[in-house]
Every structure is written in structure tokens, then in C-alpha cells.
Write a protein that binds this ligand. Structure first.
Ligand SMILES: Cc1cc2nc3c(=O)[nH]c(=O)nc-3n(C[C@H](O)[C@H](O)[C@H](O)COP(=O)(O)OP(=O)(O)OC[C@H]3O[C@@H](n4cnc5c(N)ncnc54)[C@H](O)[C@@H]3O)c2cc1C
Length: 388
């Protein structure tokens, strides 16, 4: 059976590798000159500056992506973060643990969890957060900003439930040795070893649905049995020629990549920054020193509008936090529109199916109920199991 895939991002490559392992004839078409989409990196001045991701896998080697990579036979070493996290609040740092927050807030969280599970209510997180201690509220805000690039008012408590359970089950993040590029390059190898093809600089210009859906390029076209699209529902609809009215919004953000003479975070986990516009930071060179010539700090800030003022505020905060450190900002990358942090804001995913039974959407435009690339892996597994 012939499968055509639009886009060689993580979603497209993961689906392609999985299907090619199962004997499908796979062809992937990527408009850029490289594979990996927002989950790869470019070496810039001795640093693996990523095209998107912060070189982290939300649940490390134990989570849905780690498991799927092993099942597919993609050999990537993932270093689980230790500690998983730390918090930075009022100029002080402390390890992330239950002791950081008042017990009353745990009681409030558990009560809300019960009421939500019983379907008695599902509060907006901003409203829920108003009842919490300030430090707990700011941690929740920082966690949402780091993990989903959203603000509390964007998320409903109901959507937090599966994420909370997955965190309890799989625990916290990990860093792939070689960065996110090691994952996507590894997937390309799997596809090629199964005689699948990844075509670069080959933009899909149109998608014609039908019994054998057709991908149209500049000057030629190809027919397949099944099409998977890694570019989200809105852009897929555009290729078909459909209107994208009422489409869920994307989430936006900015990433700062910083070179440091001395480590600042000092471990492989996340440093959640509380009460600021920036949400947190990591220093992946603590897991793999080859990711940077010196120490590489990555800072993430969710954006509401994506305005210049928001980014200037982030830069002022970085200056204040890194006061006294010898550092250089080597990249400031903003993500919105067709190259966002998430094609669909967390919690608003509309599933992998389209109205055509042989056209599916994969990737972060159609995730399962989990954080970032672990959510992508859940969505891909769901689609592949349905096809097989
Ligand atoms: C700043 C930032 C930080 C992040 N940090 C993390 C993190 O630390 N951990 C984590 O798990 N996730 C993180 N993410 C999210 C993660 O990067 C994405 O969820 C993931 O990379 C999405 O992959 P994808 O395959 O869905 O989409 P993409 O990577 O966007 O892939 C889509 C591909 O399709 C191609 N394409 C588009 N149109 C066409 C066309 N017409 N024809 C052919 N090709 C086309 C694009 O060029 C692209 O390569 C982060 C994202 C950002 C932006």
C-alpha cells in the first residue's frame, strides 16, 4: 500500500518510519532543504541551535515518544533529567518538590480533580488559579508557558487531567543525545533502510482527494492509497482548497539561545522561572556537551500577541537574571503563524481524522492528550493503528 506524507517534521517522519517498518511503501515530501521541521537543529557558531524545540522530550525515555522510537528501532539515547525541575522565585532557587507549595493548594487541586472527573464542573485555569497561593499560581503559569506556550486563561481544568496522569506515570523530561536532530535524523535512517523515500525541496502545492488521493507538485503529481499530512488541519484544508473558518488558534512563543562561559542552570532539568514573562530555561549541554562549544542556555517565553514589546520585556528579564554572568545571546527566534510553537493550542486538538477516510493529519496539529512531542507520538500511534 502506498502512503504519501506531506512534510518531514517529527510527525511525518515518525509516521513514515512506523509505517515503513510495517511494510508500507512510504514517500515523504518536504518543502525545505532539510528534514526535521521544528524538531532539528542547525549548527550556528558552534551551537546546535534548534529550529524549534528546546531539545527536550517531555517524559524522557519512559514516555510515549521514547517507547515508540524503541518500537520502530530508532536508536537514540535519551538522558532522563535529574533533577526533573527546580524553581526560581524571588531571586531564590529551590528543588521542585511537594514542599515548595502549601498543602492547602494540593487539597484544592485534588478537590478540583474529583469535581472535574465527576463532570460536575471544569474550571478555566485562570479562575482556578485565583484561589491559590501566589507562588503556586506562578508555578502553574510557568509550567503552562514552558510546556505548552500558553497562559492559564487558555486552558480548562479538564484538559489538565490526562497530562497530570501522564506526568505521574512517565515522570519528567529527558534530553536526546545529539539533540532533537538525532531523533529526526534517526527516523530518516529507519525510513531509508526500509526503502522509503524522503524528498527534500519538494513542496506539495495541492491535494486532490478521491479513491487514490493525489499530491500535486510544481510540474508533476503522484497518486497514493493514503495521505498523511504533517502540516495541521488548516494548511491541509488550504491544499485541498477548503476554507479554514473557525479553526483553533496556534500557540506562540519566543526562544532565546545563549552561550555561557560557566553553567547557569547546572543540571539536566528545567529551571521554572516564576512571576516573569519568561517561563523557564534549560541547559542541555549538561546532558550532551557536544550540543554547544561552551554552555548552551535556552530560555522560553510564551507570547500573547507576538509583539516587539513582549520580546523586549523578555530580554530585560534575562539581563536581570543573568546579571554577573559572562554570556552572549546568540539567537532570538520567534514562533507564530505557520511556524508556531504548537499548530493548535494545547487542549483544542481536533483529532487526526479529516472528512476523507484516506486522508489523516499527524504532528502537533493533531496531538493526543499529552505534552508536545509525546502528544505527537500518541497521535501518530493512533493513526498508524487505524491504518494497519
Ligand atoms: C520554541 C519551541 C520550543 C519547543 N520546545 C519543545 C520541547 O522542548 N519539547 C517538545 O516536545 N516539543 C517542543 N516544541 C514543539 C515541537 O517542536 C513540535 O511539537 C514538533 O516539532 C512538531 O512537529 P510536526 O511534525 O508536527 O511539525 P513541523 O516540525 O512543523 O513539520 C512540518 C513540516 O512540513 C513542512 N511543510 C509545510 N508545508 C509543506 C508543503 N506544502 N509541502 C511539503 N512540506 C511542507 C514544513 O517545512 C515542516 O518541515 C517546541 C516548539 C517550539 C517552536
Amino acid at each position: 500500500m502506498k502512503v504519501g506524507i506531506i512534510g518531514a517534521g517529527l510527525g511525518g517522519l515518525l509516521s513514515g518510519a512506523y509505517l515503513s517498518e510495517k511494510g508500507f511503501d512510504v514517500e515523504i515530501f518536504e518543502k525545505l532543504p532539510f528534514a526535521g521541521g521544528r524538531f532539528t537543529s542547525i549548527n550556528y557558531r558552534g551551537y546546535e541551535v534548534s529550529t524549534g524545540a528546546l531539545h527536550m522530550i517531555p517524559h524522557g525515555r519512559r514516555g510515549p515518544l521514547g517507547k515508540l522510537l524503541r518500537e520502530i528501532g530508532c536508536r537514540v539515547e535519551i538522558v532522563d533529567s535529574k533533577p526533573e525541575g527546580e524553581i526560581f522565585w524571588d531571586g531564590e532557587r529551590e528543588p521542585l518538590s511537594r514542599k515548595c507549595f502549601p498543602w492547602k493548594d494540593y487539597a484544592k487541586f485534588n478537590m478540583e480533580l474529583i469535581l472535574t472527573k465527576l463532570k460536575l464542573r471544569s474550571k478555566n485555569l485562570e479562575n482556578f488559579g485565583e484561589k491559590l497561593d501566589r507562588k503556586t499560581y506562578f508555578f502553574m503559569k510557568s509550567f503552562l508557558g514552558w510546556s505548552f506556550s500558553i497562559f492559564p486563561e487558555h486552558m480548562n481544568f479538564k484538559k489538565v487531567v490526562p497530562v497530570y496522569h501522564n506526568l505521574a506515570k512517565y515522570r519528567g523530561p529527558g534530553i536526546p543525545v545529539g539533540g532533537c536532530r538525532a531523533v529526526t535524523d534517526g527516523l530518516v535512517e529507519v525510513i531509508q533502510s526500509n526503502d522509503g523515500c524522503v524528498f527534500l525541496r519538494k513542496e506539495v502545492k495541492a491535494l486532490k482527494p478521491g479513491k487514490n488521493p493525489e499530491l500535486v507538485f510544481n510540474g508533476d503529481s503522484r497518486k497514493f492509497d493514503i495521505i498523511l499530512s504533517d502540516i495541521g488541519h488548516r494548511l491541509t484544508g488550504k491544499l485541498i482548497g477548503e476554507d479554514a473558518v473557525n479553526h483553533p488558534p496556534e500557540s506562540r512563543g519566543v526562544k532565546y539561545t545563549i552561550s555561557l562561559d560557566e553553567p547557569f542552570v547546572g543540571h539536566t532539568g528545567v529551571l521554572f522561572v516564576l512571576g516573569k514573562s519568561i517561563a523557564g530555561m534549560n541547559e542541555v549541554t549538561n546532558a550532551d556537551e557536544n550540543l554547544g562549544r561552551k554552555h548552551m542556555l535556552q530560555i522560553h517565553q510564551p507570547l500573547r500577541e507576538g509583539s516587539r514589546e513582549e520580546i523586549l520585556q523578555g530580554l530585560r528579564e534575562i539581563k536581570e537574571i543573568l546579571k554577573g554572568c559572562s554570556y552572549e545571546i546568540i539567537a532570538v527566534q520567534s514562533y507564530r503563524g505557520d511556524w508556531p510553537v504548537n499548530r493548535i493550542m494545547a487542549g483544542m486538538d481536533i483529532g487526526n481524522r479529516t472528512k476523507y477516510d484516506n486522508i489523516y493529519v499527524v504532528g502537533d496539529g493533531a496531538k493526543g492528550d499529552d505534552i508536545e512531542v509525546d502528544g505527537v507520538a500518541i497521535g501518530v500511534k493512533r493513526v498508524v493503528e487505524e491504518i494497519v
